[in-house]
Design a binder for this molecule. Structure first.
Ligand SMILES: C[S@@+](CC[C@H](N)C(=O)[O-])C[C@H]1O[C@@H](n2cnc3c(N)ncnc32)[C@H](O)[C@@H]1O
Length: 286
């Protein structure tokens, strides 16, 4: 039996009501129906339009995953970032809007011709791919410890026709793949959520997003920042720049860390909610 869009919408609302409401629920209904080829205008204007039995069965499977708390982006298998589509699955963090601000900051500040850029902890590849597309002549390399994440990021570079080189490696390994003073930009959005931040996190992040991408011990919240800043001090050319996305609670500590390591022009930047979210710094070898 073919169902109408009106039937389907009623069913979606009732199945998703235990966890979503209001505008968020409406947005999910629109996005799911868009996935099956119905524009928002069609959804509103043609409630009697029919959905095929095959699509109805697929939709049911997606609704079940959503009702179990899985984020919409994993269920749809994609997320938009900087106007591009990135494939996502549970092996990678879902790209966040705040991270678009980090990409824009780098594109704005990076003036080196054909810059050599390294993205540490690339995940879906959203930062690396965006910089490769935005900055003329950029030579971008992306590192991640997770083989599964590297595979996703590689597919996203192909999907968006971006030239990015990928390396699967932990930043805590002794041997690192870059020559001294060879890079113009190092960027990272590393794991920065402390165990004590967990209490404030929603279940769909905690239960579904990769913990390898999220968490650091309470005893050393700047673990990744310190290590990446040490590596960047070796890798960056004189005048090269380091960019971090940060935990809003540790803005001043991150600035202090970089100043103590002899970085100059250390700046704290806010996101669109006015929260401390990015740090930039310049490396000048003494
Ligand atoms: C917060 S996610 C950022 C993902 C992506 N760059 C973004 O902004 O959406 C951090 C990433 O760091 C990676 N990572 C964790 N430990 C690492 C390590 N020791 N060496 C390299 N990458 C690591 C995780 O696999 C994850 O993809």
């Amino acid at each position: 039996m073919d169902r109408t869009l009106a039937d389907i919408q009623a069913e979606m609302r009732s199945q998703l009501a235990p966890i979503y409401s209001g505008r968020e629920l409406q947005q999910i209904v629109f996005e799911l129906l868009e996935h099956f080829g119905f524009t928002r205008v069609q959804t509103i204007a043609y409630p009697d339009a029919k959905i095929s039995e095959t699509d109805y069965q697929r939709l049911q499977a997606m609704l079940k995953r959503l009702a179990d708390g899985e984020p919409l982006q994993y269920v749809l298998g994609e997320e938009q970032f900087m106007g591009m589509s990135f494939g996502v699955c549970r092996d990678v963090l879902i790209p966040r809007p705040e991270t678009e601000e980090l990409v824009r900051l780098i594109a704005d500040r990076c003036k080196a011709p054909s810059p050599r850029i390294v993205d540490v902890g690339t995940g879906s590849g959203c930062i690396a791919v965006s910089l490769a597309k935005l900055i003329d002549g950029a030579q971008v390399t992306a590192i991640d410890v997770s083989e599964a994440a590297i595979a996703v990021a590689r597919r996203n570079a192909e999907r968006n026709d971006a030239q990015v080189e990928f390396v699967c490696k932990s930043i805590f390994d002794d041997n690192q793949p870059f020559a001294p003073s060879s890079l113009d930009v190092v960027v990272s959005n590393p794991p920065y959520v402390t165990e004590s931040d967990k209490q404030q996190m929603s279940r769909n992040v905690l239960d579904f997003e990769p913990h390898l991408a999220l968490f650091v011990p309470d005893s050393d919240p700047l673990l990744f920042y310190r290590r990446i800043a040490e590596l960047a001090a070796q890798w960056l050319k004189n005048g090269g720049m380091l960019f971090f996305e940060i935990n809003e609670r540790f803005g001043k500590d991150t600035v202090q860390l970089l100043e103590n390591m002899q970085y100059s022009n250390v700046e704290l930047h806010q996101d669109f909610y006015g929260k401390d979210r990015m740090v930039s710094a310049v490396w000048n070898a003494k």
